[in-house]
Write a protein that binds this ligand. Structure first.
Ligand SMILES: [Fe+2]
Length: 286
C-alpha cells in the first residue's frame, strides 16, 4: 500500500501524513517499514500515544531494548527512556539530556550489539530552541573520494560509553554504566542488505580511536569524517511540535540537539529497537 508522504529534506527523510499509530493495520505497518528501509529518518505528526502504545508500535520493528541506565527510564515502563529537563522533588532530573546541547552522536554504538532504531515521541516542547538535526552518513559515504572509500573500508572504530563526558557529567548512573560496558570495536563502514548502500559508522562523542592506527592519525581521520558528514548538504534539522514522532536509523545518521531555555519544560519519550539485520545495516555479524 502507498502512504501519503512528503519529503523532509531535498535528499533524504520523509514525513508520513494521515496516519494514526494507535490503529495501524498490517499493510500500513509494512508500508512504514518499507519507508524506513529507504529513508533513515521518518517523521509522523499529530500522534497521541501512551507509553504502552509507543512500546507496541516500536516492537513491530524488532526486539525492544531496555536501557542500561535505570535513572532515565520511565518509572512505569522500563522500555521507555525519558529525555527531559523536568526534575523530581529531590531535584534530580527525571530523564536524560536536560536542556543543554547534545553534540553529534549516534545512539547505543558503545554496545557490542547496538539497538540501532530510535523512536522519539514529543510530549512537551519549547517554542524556541531544542531542534534536533540528523546528518546522513550514507550520503556522506557516497560523496567520499574513491581513495577515501578505499581507506575507510575495512577499518574498525573503537567505542566507549560517553568517553569524553564521563568525567564531567553530573548524571549519577553514567559512571556505573561506563564500568558496566566494556569498550567495543565496530566496522566504520556498514552495508545495508537489499540496497547494498554503504554508510559511515562512527560517533564523535564515543569513538575514541581506530584499531591498529596511531592515536594522532586516527583522531585526524575521525575529525575529518565528522566534518564531512555534518556538512549542510547532508543535514536535516527539525523543529518539534507536540505529538511528533521521529524514527531514525543510527547506522545511517548522526544526530544532535540544540540547547534551549532550561526553565521551559520539555518532555520526550524514546524507545529503541534492534532493527532486523536482513533489512537494515548493523555493525555486528548477525
Ligand atoms: Fe541521542
Amino acid at each position: 500500500m502507498k502512504l501519503n508522504t512528503r519529503p523532509l529534506h531535498r535528499r533524504f527523510g520523509v514525513e508520513i501524513l494521515d496516519i494514526d499509530l494507535r490503529a495501524l493495520n498490517d499493510a500500513e505497518f509494512e508500508a512504514i517499514n518499507a519507508l524506513w528501509i529507504e529513508h533513515p529518518v521518518i517523521l509522523i505528526r499529530n500522534q497521541l500515544l501512551d507509553e504502552r502504545e509507543q512500546i507496541h508500535f516500536s516492537k513491530q520493528f524488532g526486539e525492544i531494548n531496555i536501557h542500561v541506565r535505570t535513572d532515565i527510564r520511565s518509572r512505569s515502563n522500563p522500555e521507555v527512556v525519558l529525555v527531559s529537563n523536568l526534575r523530581l522533588e529531590s531535584g534530580q532530573h527525571i530523564g536524560a539530556l536536560a536542556s543543554g546541547e547534545a553534540k553529534w552522536h549516534t545512539d547505543s554504538c558503545y554496545k557490542p550489539k547496538p539497538d540501532t532504531g530510535s523512536i522519539l515521541y514529543a510530549i512537551e516542547v519549547p517554542e524556541d530552541g531544542g531542534k534536533t538535526a540528523w546528518a546522513n552518513t550514507q550520503l556522506a559515504y557516497e560523496a567520499l573520494s574513491e581513495d577515501m572509500k578505499t581507506k575507510v573500508n575495512g577499518l574498525r572504530g573503537e567505542f566507549a560509553y560517553q568517553i569524553y563526558s564521563v568525567d564531567i557529567t553530573e548524571e549519577p548512573d553514567v559512571h556505573k554504566i561506563r564500568d558496566l560496558t566494556p569498550d567495543v570495536v565496530h566496522p566504520m563502514v556498514l552495508t545495508q542488505p537489499g540496497t547494498n548502500r554503504r554508510s559511515l559508522y562512527l560517533d564523535p562523542l564515543q569513538t575514541y580511536g581506530i584499531e591498529d592506527m596511531p592515536p594522532a592519525e586516527s583522531r585526524a581521520l575521525l575529525d575529518n569524517l565528522v566534518a564531512h558528514i555534518t556538512a549542510p548538504a547532508f543535514v536535516f534539522q527539525h523543529k518539534w511540535q507536540r505529538g511528533d514522532i521521529v524514527l531514525w536509523d543510527n547506522c545511517r545518521v548522526l544526530h544532535q540537539r540544540e540547547p534551549f531555555d532550561p526553565d521551559t519544560p520539555r518532555l520526550m519519550k524514546r524507545t529503541t529497537v534492534f532493527l532486523p539485520p536482513d533489512q537494515y545495516p548493523v555493525p555486528f555479524q548477525p
